[in-house]
Design a protein around this ligand. Structure first.
Ligand code: MN
Length: 315
């Protein structure tokens, strides 16, 4: 049986760790990584001295495909063309399961911890370390972790004989300069709104949108929306982060509802909307203005049951 393991584009550490653990179990399985691993994932794989062969295009058929860490409907439909049986193993909310596809969905902050709970005893030490990176990055350094996540992390640390600071310092060694530049631009462009006691930040960058969103949330905001325009990929991405009673996922859903052809996903407090920019003129200024206005309109009108006005503070 030809088995394929795959995940989302620019696979992040959570996705890569999950794929590699399954690859350790299904030794003959092939791996398909659309657009390859993310930059951060590549750095971590290098550091752990793990080499990974993968397909960048799907040019043959498989009997069975296991899709990890992604429930993107378009991607699943595409995979159906090459594979009759699909199993999705994920921790993102699935709003509308597709027919003929099997789902195994965990309500865990990272997929890596679920993979550990499934296969923990069989996983090699190197991949256990990779799972820690997956957990740390998917939970913003454990700020979105729950008790079970922490139990899993402690078990892995005991097995690998490393402390959490070791993994955190490796991750923090990221391209700090580039991140600072992206953050500086995000801060200059920031619009801050207030609705009751909720502080909302809205801004845009062209890279590091997830990192920027997480950093802003940590400052004092309750809801953060970061728009990223990816001209080369003809893609617009909105990264949302929240805490307290405001839910990033609900706002992502409300935005996507107004944009046919977009897709969204994530969790209560960390969500994303992807908008494909087909057949449009790609004038950066126009596009950014248009979507910023739309985002403001959504938070104005769809932010739950509160009749009090949204007020821009940075105006
Ligand atoms: Mn994940």
């Amino acid at each position: 049986m030809r088995v394929l393991l795959t995940t989302h584009e620019n696979a992040d550490p959570d996705a890569i760790a999950s794929v590699l653990v399954l690859k350790e179990i299904f030794k003959n399985a092939e791996v398909y990584l659309p657009k390859g691993p993310s930059k951060l994932s590549r750095n971590i794989l290098n550091d752990l001295n793990i080499s990974l062969d993968y397909l960048e295009d799907l040019d043959k058929n498989f009997d069975f495909v296991i899709v990890l860490d992604t429930s993107n409907e378009d991607f699943l439909r595409y995979l159906k063309e090459h594979c009759p049986r699909i199993l999705v193993i994920d921790h993102h909310k699935v709003e509308k399961p597709l027919e003929d596809i099997d789902y195994l969905i965990f309500e865990t902050p990272s997929l890596s911890e679920a993979i550990y709970l499934l296969f923990g005893r069989k996983i090699s030490n190197k991949l256990l370390e990779l799972l820690v990176y997956g957990i740390l990055t998917d939970t913003s350094f454990l700020t979105r972790a729950n008790q079970l996540t922490k139990t899993v992390v402690n078990q892995i640390l005991a097995k690998t004989n490393k402390d959490i600071g070791y993994f955190i310092s490796k991750l923090k060694k990221e391209p700090e300069q580039d991140v600072k530049i992206a953050l500086s631009k995000a801060l200059k462009r920031i619009k801050v709104f207030k609705k009751n006691d909720i502080f909302i930040a809205l801004t845009y960058v062209s890279s590091y949108e997830s990192l920027v969103a997480s950093r802003l949330l940590k400052m004092y905001f309750d809801l953060v929306l970061v728009l990223a325009f990816k001209k080369k990929e003809r893609l617009l991405r909105i990264v949302l982060r929240s805490r307290g009673q405001t839910k990033a996922f609900d706002i992502a859903k409300a935005i996507a509802k107004r944009l046919p052809g977009s897709n969204y996903g994530g969790h209560e407090n960390a969500a994303i909307v992807n908008i494909r920019l087909e057949d449009q003129d790609l004038n950066k200024r126009k596009i950014i203005d248009k979507y910023l206005r739309l985002m403001i309109d959504v938070i104005k009108n769809d932010l739950e049951n509160d009749s009090r006005k949204l007020k821009e503070i940075t105006d």
